[in-house]
Write a protein that binds this ligand. Structure first.
Ligand code: SF4
Length: 299
């Protein structure tokens, strides 16, 4: 059955959203600075891995790491010498992460780039077009990174919790928002996503769900799940897929930033909701306040 009530409002949001006006508030601003795909994928992974918490706070630390890496981050990674270069991250500190986590990130990527040539080639080794989605490939991608020999950074052979926090595994059940965001950037191509990994179909992407996307999904009745986890990711993606089978995560940026920017108050507000194209399907404007009728849900 088609989802007539949701498709038109979400398509309008996707079409009319002010993407350029929000780039400076999104981690994608960092990889966008690099014209060479080799630099872009390395910076994208770094920025996505650190994209938790407040944008202004993690952005400051991403900037700090990029200053150390210089104008060619991929070349920096390939030439990374833990003894020489790790101390240059000394000033880095962000919530769960410390300088050693960034040094381990560089070393793990160096081993992968030396073996496979690029993150793209490495991801493709674990990707099968026959898989229903990128979940299994992402599991292999993460396993290959965290299982690298990182003893030059972690002499006891045990990765730090901060380093592991950068690379959550789908099999752990969490939403893996940051890594799914990275894949969105690399695979999709439109106003702002790069589309460098042409071998991966956008149809196989999974929704990167943060608190803003979750709240917007609830507002339009796309999910009733209580927990933001892998089950929510697959369920929500399936519903987006019924709206656009070839490009299910295309609404992600607009939904996230509509809420993050404060444009959506997350409640019935006659002034701020005026002109919102989602209002006909917004639960805050339903008569009983309990959400859109079930016919609004993609099935
Ligand atoms: S109608 Fe208001 S609360 Fe609902 S999605 Fe739009 S801005 Fe948000």
């Amino acid at each position: 059955m088609t989802p007539p009530r949701l498709r038109a409002p979400l398509e309008r949001l996707y079409r009319e959203f002010d993407y350029r006006g929000r780039i400076a508030n999104d981690a994608i601003q960092f990889p966008r600075r690099y014209p060479d795909p080799a630099d872009r994928e390395v910076v994208a992974l770094l920025a996505a891995c650190l994209a938790y918490g407040r944008v202004d706070l993690f952005s400051r630390e991403v900037e700090r790491v990029l200053r150390v890496m210089g104008p060619r981050p991929a070349a920096f990674i390939l030439g990374f010498d833990p003894a020489r270069d790790a101390p240059r991250f000394r000033g880095f500190r962000y919530r769960f992460n410390r300088p050693g986590d960034i040094a381990a990130f560089c070393l793990a990527l160096q081993r992968i780039l030396r073996t496979h040539g690029s993150l793209r080639a490495y991801f493709l080794r674990g990707y099968s077009p026959g898989d229903a989605h990128v979940g299994p490939a992402l599991e292999r991608f993460v396993a290959g990174i965290v299982d690298q020999d990182l003893r030059p950074v972690f002499p006891k052979g045990r990765p730090s919790r901060g380093f592991l926090h950068l690379f959550p595994r789908p099999s752990a059940g969490g939403p893996c928002k940051r890594l799914l965001l990275f894949l969105r950037w690399m695979v999709r191509r439109d106003h702002l996503d790069f589309g460098d990994w042409v071998e991966v179909s956008p149809a196989k992407l999974l929704a990167p769900i943060d608190t803003h996307v979750e709240n917007m999904a609830r507002a339009v009745g796309l999910t009733r799940r209580r927990s933001r986890n892998w089950a929510m990711v697959t369920e929500l993606t399936e519903r987006f897929r019924r709206l656009d089978p070839g490009d299910p995560v295309k609404y992600d940026f607009a939904l996230c930033h509509k809420r993050m920017s404060g444009d959506c108050p997350g409640r019935r507000d006659p002034v701020r909701c005026r002109g919102c194209g989602l209002r006909p399907v917004c639960r805050h404007w339903q008569r009983n306040g309990r959400g859109p009728t079930r016919t609004a849900l993609p099935r």
